[in-house]
Design a protein around this ligand. Structure first.
Ligand code: SAH
Ligand code: SF4
Length: 392
């Protein structure tokens, strides 16, 4: 059985052709699936009976198994989807006045292993397929339309952010067709500026996304210098800040917006000082020289959402406000993200699902922590370096 959720419209066209059908049939079929949420081929009465019979025999529209659903006090909904093999991923719907945002996962776990992220702490199991990425949207959109009793043509989900579990640019091949389904006028019809890919900084893939499917881009920076970013976002050792900002600048030539969103998770006494705010401002504003050209950007400060085992704390709100003011006074539009759904652990960085840790990151982390405890304070840097060496 082929799951039709895995195809963007071009690929569905190819598949239909292989079945001996005209390409325009693919558009009809695509609209049934992604505009009406249909899965029963027999009900697709504008398709020829012979084609419907072929579909029944060889194809399906297979959604994901819902393991649980939780609704927060503020109306945020979190679904846990069982994707088999002991893995489950989370998807979050965030209702706001006049819009509905869906936060979608791209991987079961994540291999980047950021220190402040619950997903990273779980380790990595596998990439999601295009069908599994699209199925999160398919499920949420049509489930919500039913519940909210929305009429034909009304949309529950107006914005998508690839900010759930996983690093979307480390699952590039599956990501791009899924984005195309979201953007397709015969699919979800979302504009490029309403679909955001958030990345911890996979530089070569930022370049490819610009060429293949430019949507809004958010870069998770979290630190104004390489020494600190190396510690918080280990991928920085491979793609340091200067390269990351250069890729972000390059992306702007085709981006649907004329700025890049910079995400910065506010960690108490780690990255939240006024001096660090000034360093970030200098980085983003630049000085007009070729060496430091800056980056047209908006900054989104995310108060850290704590989880057991991170050993980190959220910056006090006065410190977040002071940090924001430095940036705003320097001319950078800066917002502080409102935490949503934290009573059901649906806030940024709290998504953990269930993941078989095939990279054994949790084990390595425990070993490194034990080594740190065993080592005298003066050698702590050495323990971190050892952990780093292990990862490399
Ligand atoms: N892997 C991608 C997208 C998923 S994470 C990325 O890192 O960009 C989505 C956002 O949540 C990122 O900006 C990430 O840094 C942030 N985040 C992760 N853990 C967090 C936490 N515990 N509290 C607040 N934000 C967090
Ligand atoms: Fe992965 Fe993003 Fe979490 Fe880092 S913040 S571990 S890249 S999901």
């Amino acid at each position: 059985m082929v799951n039709l959720l895995q195809f963007d419209r071009d690929a569905l066209g190819d598949w239909c052709e292989q079945q001996g059908e005209q390409p325009f049939r693919a558009t009809q079929l695509f609209r049934w699936i992604h505009q009406r949420g249909a899965r029963d081929f027999a009900a697709m009465t504008d398709l020829a009976k012979s084609f419907r019979e072929k579909l029944v025999a060889g194809a399906e529209v297979a959604g994901l198994a819902v393991a649980s659903e939780q609704v927060a006090e503020d109306g945020t909904i979190k679904w846990l989807f069982d994707v088999g093999g002991g893995d489950a991923v989370e998807t979050v719907f965030i209702p706001e006045a006049g819009r509905g945002t869906l936060c979608i996962s791209s991987q079961a776990g994540c291999a980047v292993n950021c220190r402040f992220c619950a997903t990273g702490h779980q380790g990595f199991s596998r990439n999601l397929t295009t069908a599994e990425i699209v199925a999160q949207l398919w499920h949420a959109e049509f489930e919500l339309r039913r519940r909210l009793a929305l009429g034909e043509g009304e949309r529950a989900i107006t914005n998508v952010v690839m900010m759930g579990m996983g690093e979307p640019l480390q699952n590039y091949a599956a990501l791009v067709p899924a984005l195309k389904v979201m953007l397709d006028d015969h699919g979800y019809g979302l504009s490029r500026r309403r679909v955001t890919v958030s990345t911890s900084g996979v530089v070569p893939m930022i370049d490819r996304l610009r060429d293949d499917c430019p949507v809004a881009l958010a870069v998770s920076l979290h630190a104004p210098d390489d020494a600190l970013r190396d510690e918080l976002v280990p991928l920085n050792r491979k793609y340091p800040i200067a390269e990351l900002l250069a890729a972000a600048r390059g992306y702007l030539s085709r981006a649907p917006r004329d700025f890049i969103t910079i995400e910065y998770c506010m960690l108490d006494n780690v990255n939240d000082s006024p001096a660090q705010a000034r360093a970030l401002l200098a980085l983003l504003r630049g000085d007009g020289s070729a060496a430091n050209p800056g980056l047209p950007s908006k900054v989104n400060l995310i108060p850290f959402n704590p989880f057991a085992a991170s050993g980190l704390e959220r910056s006090p709100s006065e410190r977040v406000a002071a940090f924001a003011k430095v940036l705003q006074d320097g001319g950078i539009v800066t917002t502080i993200r409102k935490t949503r759904g934290d009573d059901i652990a649906a806030a940024c960085g709290q998504l953990a699902g269930e993941v078989r840790d095939r990279t054994r990151v949790a084990e390595r982390r425990a070993r490194a922590a034990a080594a740190r405890v065993a080592a005298p304070a003066s050698r702590r840097g050495g323990a971190v370096a050892a952990e780093r060496g292990h990862r490399a």
